[in-house]
Design a protein around this ligand. Structure first.
Ligand SMILES: Cc1ncc(COP(=O)(O)O)c(C=O)c1O
Length: 410
């Protein structure tokens, strides 16, 4: 018996792949600061559970495939209140997290071998989202030296072919923390209009922008309303990753009718979680101000510590809660294995995601890691210090090894 070619060609998540090794190391008593997964430690607002406790229906029935109108209306009000963007009920479909919103979106718009432009590095699961829909990622190369910029005249064009169907924008970006300026959004809109492409804008970190930047949405650009698909989720915004509630917002009627077929195929999204999520979208705007401040302090602490590593290149993130770090090591994956299995300082070590899996281009990102600043400020500092101590110990180990090889050759 054999599995499908499609499944065999898929990757395991580079973010979660090292978890079994970490579990063994923890079982032996080492403390691991986990910076590999974007799972915030901030508590989910109480209103989520309160709303569920007040839910009185005796039977937990299927919801509408489109979503609970309580949640859909709360989302519509949130967009109107915070961004002055008008959506109607038939322009929103709730999903099992942003992940299902993306899976269903690509299945709705892609034919076999169609291409999607995504600036790399990008959130690694896009490889699977696009592949399972029969498509192919065409990356636009960016680099730490130019701040991972991609929305500049001529850049997106490098990945354009006759098969390109869509351009994906993750804003604020995972894994780089890069945030688009207004004129960059205009350039992406021009590009999509000129080449008749869908714009898939993944805004799951929308509110988490720093240094006084104002949160923004692509949905404010009316001129692309008909080609814009906004992907969203409560996971990061409200620190509710396990609620598995996301949504697609789109003003293109044909797209919404198409994606509804997939929504109906999977029947509905968790009835109970939608009740809790509706309460989250009714939180006052001040909630974001408080959480944003927490992430900004963590970013500052992490950046300060990481900058102390000799030979490191690191762009200070402007948003989301990730940092991509170019380390002075040859192979970040080997370095991670060293950190987990050979290194500890006072019984502690740290883990992160090797960044190669965030690139489509073979060989890129080998020296880079992604950290998620999802731990308390003092823990972030300690975790980043451990990376610095680890780099130094790893280099010493390699020097010793090289010296031994050299001696044996004499
Ligand atoms: C950019 C981006 N999009 C989508 C997702 C999917 O999140 P969820 O399915 O929890 O909403 C993630 C998760 O890390 C992400 O970073």
């Amino acid at each position: 018996m054999k599995l499908s070619d499609a499944i065999n060609s898929m990757q395991f998540s580079p973010i979660r792949r090292f978890n079994p090794i970490a579990a063994e190391v923890e079982a032996q008593g080492t403390k691991i600061y986990k910076l590999n997964i974007g799972q915030p430690d901030i508590e989910t607002p109480e209103c989520f559970m309160d709303a569920i406790r007040e839910y009185t229906n005796g039977t937990i029935a299927y919801q509408q495939s489109q979503g609970d109108s309580l949640l859909v209306d709360a989302i519509i009000d949130y967009f109107k209140r915070d961004y002055n963007v008008e959506y109607t009920e038939d322009q929103i479909i709730t999903t099992n997290g942003g992940s299902e919103a993306l899976t269903m979106t690509f299945r709705t718009i892609l034919n076999e071998n169609d291409e999607v432009i995504i600036p790399e590095p990008y959130y690694t699961n896009y490889n699977s989202f696009v592949k399972t829909a029969g498509g192919h990622v065409n990356p636009v190369k960016t680099s730490s030296e130019d701040g991972y910029q991609y929305a500049r005249s001529g850049m997106l064009e490098t990945a354009l072919t006759a098969k390109t169907k869509a351009v994906v924008v993750i804003n604020p970006n995972n894994p780089t923390g890069q945030v688009l300026a207004d004129e960059e959004m205009e350039y992406i809109a021009d590009f999509a209009e000129e080449h008749d492409l869908w714009i898939i804008c993944d805004e799951v970190y929308r509110e988490y922008v720093f240094d006084g930047l104002a949160p923004q949405t692509f949905a404010s650009l009316d001129r692309v309303a008909d080609r814009l698909i906004v992907i969203d989720s409560v996971s990061k915004r409200f620190s509710a990753c396990g609620a598995r509630i996301g949504f697609v917002a789109c003003k293109n009627e044909e797209f919404m009718q198409g994606i509804m077929k997939l929504a109906q195929m999977r029947l509905c999204v968790s009835t109970v979680d939608q009740v809790g999520a509706a309460a989250l979208f009714r939180l006052p705007k001040t909630y974001f101000d408080e959480v944003r401040q927490i992430y900004q302090s963590r970013r500052d602490a992490a950046y300060e510590e990481i900058s102390k590593i000799p030979g490191v290149t690191c762009v200070k993130p402007k948003g989301a809660f990730y940092m991509t770090i170019d380390l002075p090591v040859d192979d970040a994956e080997e370095f991670l294995m060293f950190m987990l299995t050979e290194f500890s300082d006072n019984g502690e070590t740290t883990m992160f995601a090797p960044a190669a899996g965030f690139y489509a281009t073979e060989g890129l990102g080998k020296k880079e890691i992604r950290i998620a600043y999802v731990l308390k400020e003092e823990d972030m500092r300690r975790a980043c210090q451990l990376i610095r101590l680890g780099v130094s110990a790893y280099k010493k180990k390699l020097e010793l090894l090289n010296a031994r090889i050299w001696r044996n050759q004499l």
